[in-house]
Design a protein around this ligand. Structure first.
Ligand code: BES
Ligand code: MN
Ligand code: MN
Length: 453
């Protein structure tokens, strides 16, 4: 066993009990009732960074939840790694579908079940323990900076200003993020692409009050019916988005790149089985890996209006609404897509209703280089610890900060995530493999060694 592996092995119970403490704090950034919990989580992360040996750690205030900033500069001549992650989590809803309480970490089949276990507290904690080990072993091959934010799950509204105002502080040679997924524990991978996002809300208003659906039904436009048919018209029979101009800026991959992408191990039968579906669906002419990796998409995230309580109430709603996200790919600009969406929705709205379109957050897609020293270091780290060469993959999720870091700091990112797509991120019963957590720590330590060299 390598020295690092031995250390991890003999300390794993403590690492886990510390992580469980972190997972018990409900840092739901979207819910103002949890404001104090979010701050408590930041303080906890600050303390743990200090304990791990970061010389200087502070809570930095923003217009929203604080950012934890920490650093350990061992030698200005050594390269500097800036670790980014988030300590906030998604709301746990729907609560009744959890098999154990979301904020009481529970181990089942070698996996930690808790909100944030994988996204992203568990993955942030690997970096804190990696620092602890490197400090204990006096083997800091790089300087290290930490920037752990508390608003990632709500669109990082204050992050742009923070990065702009702290360019000097954030000076580094590479950004390292663990907030993505591996192909599997048998096949490591490094994410080299993330999708962008434009998140919208549409509100359709009809009559000035809810109406008796018998007295008025058929004579007055029903906002729920109107909204449903507008949404249905946003895809054609080929599964393409019908918003004019939506595909204008989409970067098309060369056939060699498409081939490489589809060479990654992927079992469609396992995929369907995991999700409990009989068939997949999406844009015609593209594989599942392409549909989530390199194609832009549009999805309803929530839709409501009228009566949704117990039993039946005959009512024609006055208002119906939907939250709609569009996942974007390289070269699509979130602001352009937001404008195209708004214009199109207003253009298809019938005169029988009033339609309001609002933009929530957005972010650009990102592609990271595969020929950098940092990517090489990550590759070596996986080879050393896993005995296998990692495959580059494109993930469908979004981490808008990656494009922002490139733009504001000129820095490339290495996306060294250790989760799995099946970890139920944002869903009930989110979990994270203890194996993933422990081997993640080991791989991160190896990354610092190789990047330092
Ligand atoms: N960690 C995820 C993003 C992710 C998940 C990337 C899986 C790759 C694989 C992150 O916390 C997240 O959920 N991001 C949001 C975007 C944000 C602007 C709210 C997302 O993708 O919905
Ligand atoms: Mn995340
Ligand atoms: Mn998330």
């Amino acid at each position: 066993m390598s020295n690092v592996k031995t250390i991890i092995d003999s300390n794993k119970e403590r690492y886990l009990s510390e992580l469980f403490e972190l997972l018990r704090i409900p840092s739901v950034s979207a819910d103002s009732r949890h404001k104090d919990d979010v701050r408590r989580t930041a303080v906890f992360v600050q303390k743990k960074l200090q304990d791990a040996g970061a010389g200087h750690v502070e809570l930095m205030e923003t217009g929203g939840h604080p950012i934890v900033y920490g650093e350990k500069i061992v030698d200005p001549k050594k390269p500097t790694v800036l670790v980014y992650g988030h300590y906030d989590v998604q709301p746990p809803d729907p609560l009744d579908l959890w098999t154990s309480p979301p904020f009481e970490p529970t181990v089942k089949d070698g996996k930690i079940y808790a909100r944030g276990s994988c996204d992203d507290k568990g993955q942030v904690y690997m970096h804190i323990k990696a620092l602890e080990i490197m400090m204990q072993e006096k083997s800091m091959h790089c300087n290290i900076k930490f920037m752990i934010e508390g608003e990632e799950e709500v669109g990082s509204a204050n992050l742009g200003a923070f990065v702009k105002a702290n360019k000097n502080k954030l000076k580094a040679d590479v950004i390292l993020i663990s907030d993505t997924a591996l192909i599997s524990l048998n096949q490591p991978s490094i994410t080299v692409g993330l999708r962008g996002l434009s998140y919208m809300e549409v509100q359709v208003t009809g009559p000035n009050r809810d109406l008796h659906s018998g007295v008025y039904g058929g004579a007055v436009a029903n906002p729920a019916n109107v909204l449903a048919s507008m949404i249905a018209s946003l895809h054609d029979e080929k599964g393409r988005v019908t918003i004019p101009g939506f595909y204008n800026d989409v970067a098309e991959l060369t056939s060699a790149d498409r081939k490489a992408l589809n060479n990654a191990p992927f079992d469609l039968e396992d995929y369907k089985k995991d999700l409990g579906i009989d068939e997949v669906s999406g844009e015609k002419g593209f594989t599942t890996l392409e549909r989530t990796g390199i194609r832009p998409t549009l999805d309803v995230n929530g839709i409501w209006g009228g009566y949704t309580g117990e039993g039946a109430k005959t009512v024609l709603p006055s208002v119906a609404s939907a939250k709609i996200s569009m996942r974007l790919v390289p070269n699509q600009k979130p602001d352009d897509i937001t404008a195209l969406f708004t214009k199109h929705i207003l253009s298809i709205a019938p005169k029988t209703v009033k339609v309001k379109v609002t933009a929530h957050h957005g972010g650009e897609a990102a592609v990271t280089p595969t020929d950098s020293a940092a990517f090489m270091a990550a590759t070596r780290a996986f080879e050393e610890v896993w005995g296998k060469t990692p495959i580059p993959t494109r993930d469908g999720g979004s981490i808008p900060i990656v494009a922002l870091f490139k733009k504001e700091l000129g820095l490339d990112t290495v996306l060294m995530g250790f989760g799995l797509d099946s970890d139920a991120l944002h869903s009930p019963n989110e979990h994270y493999g203890i194996k993933n957590f422990l081997i993640g720590i080991e791989t991160i330590v190896a990354f610092h060694k190789h990047f330092g060299a």
